[in-house]
Structures are given as structure tokens and as C-alpha cells.
Write a protein that binds this ligand. Structure first.
Ligand SMILES: [Zn+2]
Length: 539
């Protein structure tokens, strides 16, 4: 297989601001050769030529994440995120078992994937173990193994300390240029003109020049990623198929929507190596089903459909998806996927009746699935339906949907998780006021409380909890939860303001308030310390 000329350039960036922009590769190639302008100096505390320490790398990553978390392109869709986190968790465990992640790196890094609402095909690693996954990548991958191969590759850039090595070598890169570059990616999806200006100003080109991984690093990420994904139980053929799939799709579609290829060009060598790693019996071995494989297949089918609907909110895109028709001879899973897509697209274009009908068809088709897939698919359909109804402010119907009995199935239904928790809280808040509301609010708050202590950076959960406490007439707890949500979204000054405001308001606290205020003070000190560190880094 010969690569097309535009795929020959081999470069990978930590985060690819320019790559998300729909311009021709020719322009980018020229720009990339422009000598880079000097950027302001960092205060990383590491001397030039040394790897960034794991702690310093994490601080850099946290800083970047604080700058981008509240951007509307960074989306928290509990269902899609849960799926990506599940794959990510399997890869992470395999990497730990193989010793790719030692205790030091494990402790210092966040190991957190996040979703970017962008229809281009891309994924990127940030310092500190944060991995951005474009919804466009999820939508174009046809199997869980293909998606896992990209995640494993990005994970390996982190575990092999490629970022640390580069940041150590290239000490001119400042903290904020990294954050602004990532913001550039996010802006590009909404405002191509702004992104163009960024490119022609040479800024993006110089940043890209600094952050490209070397060819050796790319080979290492492919090699280590392949082993990690295989040991995590994914079909090893996923990597080679991902490459082939990308190459075919990009031939048909040369519109800049494949930024991943600009940074990871598919040379025949790269594809060949991925195939060779599988050995002569690779394809046969890969076909032997593992227990969870069928479930993963169904999970991917539905979540890639969901990503496809969420990645492009424009009405013409949604209209296209709302009028999808079934291919001839579609398998039960394909049928579920098409009806599910149509239903989601109709939900989002205000066609409530059509959405409900399509969801009913998806449910009907789900009855034809193998028993191992049914419970999982049923849960995803139910949660998606309830979510759509809550979005459309049809809370009674959402309550009915959520209470639909789980499908009788030989499989134990998947554990209720974060999507259920957040939906229940939204539902409690959405229903019209009545005598029973208080107890529902209290129950939802009681369920969220242990969740946020385990996941203190869950901004969506904190925001719901804040509203619940407010309604339950617990103003101090509401303020604290609001401050936590604000901090989790990266706005430290906002979080600090909220706590300081609470002190003003509660000058004569009762005994319970005193306890709450002391918890808040402990959090305040942490945020103030972080903010001081941020300011030091800027100067
Ligand atoms: Zn790479």
C-alpha cells in the first residue's frame, strides 16, 4: 500500500492546534518550515536538556486543563465519557501490569481522558496524563479495537515520557503557549477564521515546530501501544485496521477533517509494522472471541453513533442523521444503531414524537441481539431516552423512561454508574414542585455526596449538588458545592471568591455551619496555593 504524498510528512504534536484546522497540508508544510519566533521563558524549575520531572509535568498539565476545561468544546457527556473511560481504564491497567507506568508516574499523573466536541478525527496527549478525544474520532471508528489502538498510542506517548523529554529539551515553550495552543484547537472547531489567523500569524507553526514528537517517538508509541492494547484484551488487528480505515476515509475526504493523519501519517512502513507485530497467525487469533468482546462491540456501536450526533450541532447535520435509513440486510445491531441515531437526532431537532418512535424501533431491534448484548444496549437506550426527554423538559416522560424495567436477560445488567446518578439528580430537580419533592431532593443529594468525595473533580455532579442543597435550604453547603464545581472547571479565582463571600455572609455561624466553614477554609487554602503557583509560573 503506497501512502499518498500528503501523508508523507511525519510529525506528531502533543496537542495539535493547527491540525484541527481545515486548510491544505501544503500551507501547513510551508508554515512549519518557518523559523519559530522565541516565546517567553517558562519557570519549570528544570534545566535545559533534562526531562521534565513527573510532578512538574503534571503541574503543567493541570495548568493547561484549568485553561481549557470551561471551554464549551470540552464536553461532559456522561454516556460517551463512561465508554471512553472504560476502554482507557483497561489500557491503563495493562500498562501498569507491564510496568510501563511505575509507582512514581502513576501517582503524579491524572490519567484522565476528556471529550472534545469536534467532528475532525483526532486525539492528543497533554502533559500530566490528560488525553483529548475528538468526537469525530469516535464517530469514524467502526470497532472498539480501532478506538483503543489510538488511545493506546497516545497513552504510550505519556508512559514513555515523550512529553517530558520534549518539554525538557525545548525549554522555550511557556506554560501559557501550551494552553493557548489547545484553546486554538477548540476555537478552530467553532471559528475557522480565527484559527486561520493563528496559522498565518506564524504562531501555530512555531508552536507546532516545538511540539512535534520525533519519528522514533512515534514508532515507540506504536510499538508500546500495540502491546498494551493486546494485553488489555483488545483485538490486536485493531491498529492495522485503524490505519487502513483512516487511509481509505481520508482518500475519499480530503477536506482537512483528518488532523490525526497530519501528525501521524500512514506510511506503508507504519501499516506494515502493525501487521507484522501480529505474526503470521495474527488474523486468526484475532478472530477468536473473548467474553467481553460482544459487549464491547455493541457498546462501541451505540457510543460512536452518539458521538456522531453530538459532534456537530448544526441543524443540517442533525437533519441528515434524522433521516438515515436502514441499509438492506442490516444486522440487529446495525438496526439498533440506525434507529438510535435517528432518535437522538430527532430529539435534538425538537421532533419529540419521531424521536420516541425511533427509540421504540431501536428497542424492538434490540430484542434480536444476542443475550450478551441485550442488557447493555437496553441500559444505553433507556438512559439516552431519559436524557433527551429531560433536555426537552419532559420530566414526567423521562421519569417513566428511567423506571422502565431492565430487560430480562441471562446477563447481569451493567452496574448503575455516573450516568444514572446524574440523571436521577437532574430528574429530581426537573419535576414540578410538590410535597414529595423534598424527600427526592434529599435522596439525590445523599447519593451524590459519596460520589463527589470519591470524584472531587466532577464539576457536573457538584453543580447538581449545589442546586439540591440550595433547594433543601442548606445555603452554606450550596455555596461550597458551587465553589467546588467552579474550581473543577478551572476557575480558581471564582472558587476563592465564593468561599470568601460565604465568610462575609455567615459571620455568626451556628455549630453545624462552623464545621462546614472549616471544611471550606481547607479547600480555600488549597486553591489559593494553586493560584499562587500559577502566578509564579506566569512571571
Ligand atoms: Zn503520536
Amino acid at each position: 500500500m503506497t501512502p499518498t504524498p500528503r501523508l508523507r510528512r511525519w510529525q506528531c504534536a502533543l496537542a495539535m492546534a493547527v491540525c484541527a484546522v481545515p486548510v491544505s497540508t501544503g500551507v501547513l508544510a510551508q508554515e512549519a518550515r518557518t523559523p519559530s519566533a522565541p516565546l517567553s521563558l517558562p519557570a519549570l524549575g528544570d534545566s535545559v536538556g533534562q526531562d521534565l520531572s513527573p510532578r512538574a509535568e503534571r503541574r503543567l498539565g493541570d495548568r493547561v486543563m484549568r485553561a481549557i476545561r470551561s471551554d464549551p468544546a470540552v464536553i461532559d457527556d456522561p454516556l460517551v465519557l463512561e465508554y471512553v473511560q472504560a476502554l482507557w481504564g483497561d489500557l491503563l491497567n495493562a500498562a501498569r501490569q507491564r510496568g510501563e507506568i511505575g509507582p512514581d508516574l502513576d501517582d503524579s499523573h491524572a490519567w484522565e481522558p476528556f471529550l472534545v466536541r469536534d467532528k475532525s478525527v483526532n486525539a492528543f496527549a497533554l502533559p500530566g496524563g490528560y488525553i483529548g478525544v475528538h468526537l469525530g474520532l469516535m464517530a469514524m471508528t467502526t470497532t472498539t479495537d480501532e478506538l483503543a489502538s489510538v488511545l493506546a498510542h497516545e497513552l504510550s506517548h505519556v508512559t514513555q515520557r515523550h512529553i517530558a523529554r520534549m518539554m525538557g529539551q525545548q525549554s522555550r515553550t511557556s506554560w501559557m503557549s501550551m494552553a493557548s495552543m489547545v484553546l486554538g484547537i477548540l476555537a478552530a472547531s467553532r471559528n475557522p477564521a480565527a484559527a486561520q489567523a493563528l496559522i498565518y500569524g506564524g504562531q501555530a507553526a512555531s508552536i507546532q515546530g516545538q511540539l512535534n514528537f520525533s519519528r522514533d517517538m512515534e514508532r515507540e508509541a506504536d510499538r508500546v501501544g500495540f502491546t498494551v492494547m493486546s494485553e488489555a484484551g483488545f483485538e490486536p488487528g485493531g491498529m492495522a485496521r485503524m490505519f487502513e480505515h483512516l487511509q481509505q476515509a481520508s482518500r475519499l475526504n480530503d477536506d482537512g477533517s483528518f488532523p490525526y493523519l497530519r501528525t501521524h501519517p500512514l506510511t506503508s512502513e507504519r501499516i506494515g509494522e502493525a501487521r507484522a507485530r501480529m505474526g503470521p497467525d495474527g488474523w486468526t487469533q484475532a478472530l477468536q472471541a473473548r467474553p467481553s468482546e460482544r459487549q464491547r462491540t455493541a457498546w462501541h456501536a451505540l457510543m460512536s453513533a452518539r458521538a456522531q450526533v453530538l459532534m456537530d450541532p448544526r441543524s443540517d447535520a442533525l437533519h441528515r442523521l434524522a433521516t438515515l435509513s436502514l441499509p438492506e440486510g442490516a444486522s440487529p445491531l446495525q438496526q439498533v444503531r440506525v434507529h438510535y441515531t435517528v432518535s437522538l437526532a430527532k430529539q435534538r431537532t425538537g421532533q419529540a414524537a419521531g424521536a420516541a418512535a425511533a427509540m421504540g424501533q431501536a428497542r424492538q431491534a434490540a430484542l434480536g441481539l444476542p443475550a450478551t448484548q441485550q442488557a447493555l444496549v437496553w441500559r444505553l437506550l433507556t438512559l439516552s431516552e431519559a436524557d433527551g426527554l429531560l433536555e426537552a423538559q419532559r420530566s414526567q416522560e423521562a421519569a417513566t423512561a428511567l423506571d422502565r424495567p431492565a430487560l430480562a436477560s441471562p446477563m447481569v445488567p451493567p452496574q448503575a454508574g455516573r450516568p444514572e446518578l446524574l440523571l436521577r439528580a437532574r430528574l429530581a430537580l426537573a419535576q414540578p414542585a410538590s410535597g414529595t419533592q423534598t424527600s427526592q431532593w434529599r435522596e439525590a443529594a445523599n447519593q451524590l455526596q459519596p460520589h463527589v468525595s470519591q470524584h472531587p473533580h466532577d464539576a457536573a455532579a457538584w453543580a447538581l449538588l449545589s442546586e439540591l442543597w440550595r433547594r433543601l435550604d442548606q445555603p452554606l453547603r450550596a455555596i461550597r458545592a458551587d465553589a467546588e464545581a467552579t474550581a473543577a472547571l478551572g476557575d480558581l479565582p471564582g472558587a476563592i471568591d465564593r468561599i470568601q463571600g460565604a465568610h462575609q455572609r455567615f459571620r455568626r455561624p451556628n455549630a453545624a455551619d462552623v464545621i462546614e466553614l472549616s471544611v471550606m477554609d481547607a479547600r480555600l487554602k488549597i486553591w489559593q496555593r494553586q493560584q499562587r503557583a500559577d502566578l509564579r509560573d506566569d512571571n
